[in-house]
Design a protein around this ligand. Structure first.
Ligand code: ZN
Length: 174
């Protein structure tokens, strides 16, 4: 995403944009379309406070039927950008801001801020549909063996005490 940061006015403004996340394309699942972001920006002199909601569609492969499908994802992201001469781009982790913006530059690429958000949105067990039946297989190929495992109920005897504890108890009472 490239923010046209010079165009952001002092004070409050609305943010509504479609972004391609081009610069992190190879590191995240393939996106079906651009990601939509909506939110607001509060610019107070050299600081930009951005609050946004994003949503999009990523390509996933169903873990049951192995078909590709579009998985919707969304999230919220808050960013603080500081204008500072000679610095442009992602700020080091220990800094209090996420990005620096050099006033010599017109745009700022903030795609990398979406990386973590998108990675956590990836489903652990992707399913094209909750009721997905999986790959169709010939019924005769499946042999279901039942009643082969005998369950032995464990009796819980509350009066039973581990003999080692019993020995310890005797020692203690002496
Ligand atoms: Zn499926």
């Amino acid at each position: 995403m490239k923010l046209k940061i010079r165009e952001i006015p002092e004070g409050y403004s609305v943010l509504l944009q479609k972004i391609s996340l081009e610069s992190i394309k190879g590191e995240i699942p393939e996106l079906v379309d651009d990601v939509t972001i909506s939110g607001d920006i509060n610019r107070i002199s050299d600081l930009f406070y951005i609050k946004m909601h994003f949503d999009g569609l990523m390509k996933q492969q169903c873990s049951r039927c192995l078909e590709e499908y579009n998985f919707p994802f969304e999230g919220n992201l808050n960013l603080t950008i500081k204008e500072e001469s000679g610095k442009h781009g992602r700020a080091p982790e220990e800094d209090s801001v996420e990005f620096y913006y050099d006033p010599q530059e017109d745009e700022l690429d903030i795609s990398s801020a979406f990386y973590d958000e998108i990675m956590v949105a990836i489903p652990i067990k992707p399913l094209c549909n909750d009721d997905c039946k999986g790959i169709e297989v010939n019924d005769t190929d499946i042999v279901v063996e039942s009643d082969t495992v005998k369950r032995v109920p464990i009796k819980k005897d509350e009066n039973w005490v581990d003999p080692r504890w019993e020995a310890l108890k005797k020692l203690k009472s002496k």
